[in-house]
Ligand binder design. Sequence first.
Ligand SMILES: Cc1ncc(COP(=O)(O)O)c(C=O)c1O
Length: 394
Amino acid sequence: MLMAGQTDFLKTEYDELVAKSINWKLRSLQSASTPHCIVDGKEVIMLCSNNYLNLSNHPKMKRAAIEAIRKYGVGSGSVRAIAGNMEIHERLEKKIADYKHTQGALIYQTGFAANAGLIPALAGQGDVVISDELNHGSIIDGVRLCKAERKVYKHNDMGDLERVLKESASFRRRLIITDGVFSMDGDIAKMDEIVKLAEANGAMTYVDDAHGEGVLGEQGRGIGSHYKIEGKIDVEMGTFSKAFGVVGGYVAGTNDLRNFAFNKSRTWLLSGSHPPAIAAASIAAIEVMENEPRHLKKLWGNTKYFKKRLQKMGFDTGVSQTPITPVIVKESEKAKRMSEMLFEEGVFALPIVFPMVAADKARIRTMMNSGLKKEDLEKALSAFEGIGKKLGVI
Ligand SMILES: Cc1ncc(COP(=O)(O)O)c(C=O)c1O
């Protein structure tokens, strides 16, 4: 055991975060994650959940989870490579592959585990990973675990990507990796151009489509469908923790990719497999995507209306093209104050400040939900307008 004194850093380092006002304060959800929910005892309009399609409350998915518990219990008992490979896991993978129009798919416990497990397997000694400068932290950590070299290109800048590709011609393998939808700004990677550059230069492509799956393209099939380049991206990674309303990561691609990934990803081999209820709810989520297009249609209708109204009021919504709409207020303190004032008026939307975004780009990040009604959007918009004026943002 550590001697008294050796753990003092726990408190001093935490106190430093508090002094700089960059510590996380957790709000507590006391209801299901619904478009109207109870947070810290207050009924609020939810504008910061990734549950874009409100599927976490879908009756078919809840029923599927309950039935799976009755049939298979609550846990799988092992990692998949030993005794925890259940037929329901394989059924989910078949369902993902059919939905994504790929040969195969492999589920991981989370999207983070997919990136942390697969990226280091794809690129090793003598290889290079070429990464967009605004990629998600789970990609950054996956790349840190690699023995490969790392090169970064300017955000969504195809000229710069081409420059890096040319510079890297001598490496054994080159892996280009990008978010599909960038989670802080809501813009979409130029995946069609990335694929062309990769083909021209003999590089592999890997997209983390965590915020694109269930949101972009036909039936929400993601960025490949959005650009009509299905089958051309080598690795499509996604998660069930966002639009699909459950939890769990996956990769979709060729059967070769699936076989390689599960034999080589340490996060897959050394960690327990999905509880059966999660696998069942995830299968049901894809069925909902295939059979109930109204959720996706409503999400985009709400998104376009909300974004346009914010812009008309004079807010800076940056480069967003998706249901992630930032309201950029610049100063961190202002973003935090705005979030608190919104909460007081019954709107739950979190501030995003440095170091998650540049120091002068602090914002409130709103995430749209298909379950919000016109009157909810009006209420939220009027709160934004009043507070924006009070704080001198508009
Ligand atoms: C772009 C991106 N990739 C990966 C992840 C991780 O996904 P998961 O929640 O399944 O671990 C997230 C979630 O925050 C994300 O936004």
